[in-house]
Design a protein around this ligand. Structure first.
Ligand code: GUN
Length: 296
């Protein structure tokens, strides 16, 4: 069998198009422009690239982008004061503080200082609790993107066996919650899981989010399964730098029913879902109906 390739790049473009339509409607009908504030502390080159891309795509969708760059030595109290100003600013509907933060800052304290209604990353403990109890929340962008692709491919996910490999707060745990809310039977596997191969082979839906290059071979994939590869790993091969996922694509694609490639799978969906979450946060702040197809 040769798997269907789930094209995240094309899917992300359709999400951004929906976002742009909603933004235009919010402006025309309600005089509101959704605004996203991104805060970057320090000079991490990878983070600077992400932040630049976020700002560019935000503006392309018709939204307002506010960038705040702080030096790495910024006292935590100054960052908390900036967050308090953004929380109070009616032009800002979404706030994202780029992680990782410098070592002298307490990331939990910083994230939990963000107004949960503006927490477009879905990392605030209130949003984590709301998602965990199946209530309306802001949903973390990468798992939301994975869910959108899974729904698009399968329609209903009810009753399917889902295995999430990885237990991070950013991807693994919220992904498992979302799949549980879709009535999947969910297993979270991790580095201490016994016989990970057998656990993976039981998956109708296999989500890999461990950050280890090509760790999951095709032999671990159930024939016909849907494989969502969240990993983005930089490796050297044949003297070149290459991006690979957590799944060995060639062997897995020979067995799976559908699979996301790296690059061009989950990656582009993350920023698209950040834009979607900003529109959702804006609609909720105005008491307006939420955009269809852009929430969990
Ligand atoms: N750093 C890497 N990915 C993310 C993300 O999704 N959100 C934030 N805030 N920081 C990140």
């Amino acid at each position: 069998m040769t798997a269907t390739i789930i094209d995240g790049k094309a899917f992300a473009a359709t999400v951004r198009e929906k976002v742009a339509v909603h933004v235009a409607r919010l402006k025309a009908d309600h005089g509101v422009t959704p605004g996203l504030a991104v805060v970057l502390v320090g000079e991490d080159p990878a983070s600077e690239v992400y932040v630049r891309n976020k700002g560019k795509q935000t503006v392309e969708c018709g939204m307002a982008s506010f960038e705040h760059k702080l030096v790495a030595e910024t006292p935590e109290a100054d960052l908390l004061a900036l967050i308090a100003r953004l929380n109070a600013d009616p032009a800002v509907h979404g706030i994202l503080v780029q992680l990782p933060l410098p070592g002298h800052m307490n990331a939990d304290k910083v994230i939990n200082a963000i107004d949960p209604a503006k927490d477009v990353d879905g990392f605030h403990i209130s949003n984590v609790g709301l998602l965990g109890t199946g209530q309306k929340s802001m949903v973390p962008c990468t798992p939301l993107g994975c869910l959108m692709m899974l729904r698009d491919h399968h329609g209903s996910l009810s009753g399917l066996n889902a295995v999430v490999v990885g237990r991070s707060n950013i991807v693994g745990k919220p992904m498992a919650q979302l799949l549980l809310n879709e009535s999947c039977t969910v297993t979270i596997a991790h580095s201490r899981t016994k016989d990970l191969a057998a656990v993976c082979r039981g998956a109708d839906i296999l989500v890999a989010a461990v950050g280890r290059p090509e760790m999951i071979p095709g032999e671990w994939v159930k024939p016909g399964a849907t494989v969502i590869d969240v990993g983005i790993n930089r490796i050297e091969r044949d003297g070149k730098t290459k991006l690979v996922g957590d799944v060995d694509f060639a062997s897995a694609a020979a067995v799976a029913g559908a699979i996301t490639p790296v690059p061009g799978g989950v990656g582009p969906m993350t920023i698209a879902c950040l834009l979607a979450n900003t529109v959702t946060a804006c609609c909720r702040s105005q008491g307006l109906a939420e955009p269809e197809g852009l929430t969990a």
